[in-house]
Design a binder for this molecule. Structure first.
Ligand SMILES: Cc1cc2nc3c(=O)[nH]c(=O)nc-3n(C[C@H](O)[C@H](O)[C@H](O)COP(=O)(O)OP(=O)(O)OC[C@H]3O[C@@H](n4cnc5c(N)ncnc54)[C@H](O)[C@@H]3O)c2cc1C
Length: 508
């Protein structure tokens, strides 16, 4: 085999997956068709649960050096209205204003530190599999060649060839709405009024803010007298755009012309981006030895959530693939990737589809819907609930077994831990991305049960205020696999722990 796992695509999902695979001790090979890191502007930042996860890996601190944050997100757009968290002391949603190009550079650097092999300028042209391996056809700078691996993951974006070759259907809809966003310089021939409004011959005065015409929406962000302004257009079009094909100044100028029905000359730009909305989700995230993750697995019809979902896919999948490569994966472990992440994707799809309904209508009924929705969001409980939904923190993965502790399946809280060696937190215990058994109540009986798994599961003893459980069994992706209730007797806890350890981490 040329690699344990071939990762197709060095976008954020592929890079994150490769990092996590290396941490789990396997050899990924990343194949990326572009010869260089891309410079098309895409996401302006990261938000939601992934920020916690990055902190649990010690990566968030590094990202914060590159850009300040994370910040409790004060407001988050939600389908034409806003989730306004400004009056909450502990908002349910955090965001880091890290542009995607910078995110990719930082992930790339981390992958290089860990010794990940990334072959840029190498396009995957074909994929096949049998019971033992995956065979990959690649077009490289020196011609075509083949590689084989135990598994392959398509992190190859919206138009995933891997998904197609694996025969995974990608049902859903493409919305006609095309959004174009730019920071542009206006030439001297355009009259900028003292208050920042524009005088556009053939249209008249365009005010700062949004102007709706019968052909679409035009947005202007300006400050008095400044010739550098931000422009935004939204139109319905029948053309399907590829997000990787950059927008040009001419394309924006034509769009402005169609929306305003008048020509607005533009001299230059510092940022140009276009995005469209699709609601599609792969029917299966796994087909034998081939898996899909990130945009290859899901496309959501609203902004601000795709990276969160894609990077969390990668973290969920990596340790399971590693378990298979190392030969200790219990039966069905790889299938839990689909079960858990498809569920999380469906939840994101639910609220982003709701955002389409909220945002698209412009008649009195649609305005009334937005008003009622905004009114509900003035109350703390629904606001928190929506925040958790958007952040993806309300996910509880389905766990096998009955009579489970309420924490089973949830993201492990970052408890403050008092140990013999000082104060630490759950986040630090998860830096190595290994399973953790955390004894919070001095339970030698349960630590003894876990001893047989000591090469796979790190055991820690600590004290915490108001312990939520006696023992937590935490997976590398920070989700709680099992928990012993406070003062749970050994007769029930020990066999249940043994079952959970074998169910997640194989026969000892
Ligand atoms: C303008 C814009 C704004 C956005 N804003 C946000 C935002 O604010 N928040 C947010 O969360 N998301 C945002 N997104 C979405 C976000 O950019 C994507 O979700 C993200 O890029 C998906 O990452 P990925 O790694 O799954 O796929 P991609 O980033 O698409 O990466 C796929 C990689 O695979 C490579 N590849 C494809 N086919 C092959 C092949 N056959 N062989 C080898 N390599 C291949 C591609 O070259 C590419 O590098 C935005 C997108 C756009 C376009």
């Amino acid at each position: 085999m040329d690699a344990d796992v071939v990762v197709v695509g060095a976008g954020p999902t592929g890079l994150m997956l490769a990092i996590e695979l290396r941490l789990a001790g396997v050899r990924p090979l990343v194949l990326e068709r572009h010869p260089h890191r891309r410079d098309t502007p895409k996401a302006g930042g990261l938000g939601g649960q992934i920020l916690e996860l990055l902190r649990y890996r010690g990566l968030l601190e590094r990202f914060q050096v590159a850009c300040p944050g994370p910040v409790p997100a004060p407001r988050f757009p939600f389908g034409g209205v806003h989730l306004d968290f400004t009056h909450l002391a502990d908002p349910p949603m955090h965001a880091l204003p890290l542009p995607q190009q910078l995110l990719e550079r930082l992930l790339d650097e981390r992958a290089a530190e860990l010794g990940v092999e990334i072959r840029r300028g190498n396009e995957v042209t074909g994929v096949s599999q049998d019971d033992a391996a995956v065979t990959v056809d690649v077009r490289g700078p020196d011609g075509p060649y083949r590689v084989s691996a135990r598994h392959l993951v398509g992190c190859d974006g919206a138009r995933s060839r891997v998904r197609d070759r694996a025969g995974i259907p990608f049902p859903g809809v493409t919305y006609p709405e095309v959004n174009r966003l730019a920071q542009v310089t206006l030439p001297d021939t355009v009259t900028v009024l003292d208050n920042g409004d524009l005088d556009v011959p053939g249209f008249g005065t365009v005010h700062a803010g949004f102007t709706r015409t019968d052909r679409g929406l035009f947005g202007l962000g300006s400050s008095p007298g400044a010739r550098s302004v931000s422009l935004y257009t939204i139109e319905d079009e029948s053309v399907e755009y590829d997000d990787d094909v950059p927008m040009t100044l001419n394309e924006l100028q034509d769009s402005v012309h169609r929306v305003l029905g008048a020509h607005l000359p533009l001299a230059g730009s510092t940022r140009l981006s276009r995005f469209t909305f699709k609601a599609r989700q792969a029917e299966r995230y796994r087909a034998g030895r081939i898996m899909v993750a990130g945009d290859a697995a899901h496309l959501f019809p609203a902004t601000g959530v795709a990276l969160n979902a894609g990077l969390l896919d990668a973290v969920n999948l990596a340790w399971k693939l590693a378990a298979d490569v190392h030969g200790w994966a219990p039966p069905g472990l790889l299938d839990t990737y689909h079960a858990e992440r498809h569920l999380a994707g469906a939840r994101t799809m639910l609220h982003t589809r709701a955002q389409v309904a909220l945002r698209r209508g412009h008649d009195a009924a649609a305005e009334a819907l937005r008003e009622v929705f905004s009114e509900l969001l003035l109350d703390e409980q629904p606001l928190r609930r929506m925040g958790a939904l958007v952040a993806g923190t309300d996910i509880r993965y389905p766990m096998p077994g009955s009579g489970l502790h309420p924490l089973a399946g949830t993201f492990a809280p970052d408890l403050t831990l008092h140990t013999d060696r000082g104060v630490t937190g759950v986040a630090e215990l998860l830096h190595p991305a290994r399973p953790v058994l955390l004894d919070l109540a001095g339970r030698p009986d349960l630590r003894e049960t876990a001893r047989e798994w000591e090469r796979r599961v790190d055991v820690h003893t600590a004290k915490t205020d108001d312990r939520p459980a006696d023992v937590l069994l935490i997976r590398p992706d920070a989700h709680i696999a099992w928990a012993a209730a406070v003062d749970e007797p050994a007769e029930t806890a020990a066999p249940a722990l043994r079952e959970a350890l074998s169910g997640w981490f194989g026969t000892p």
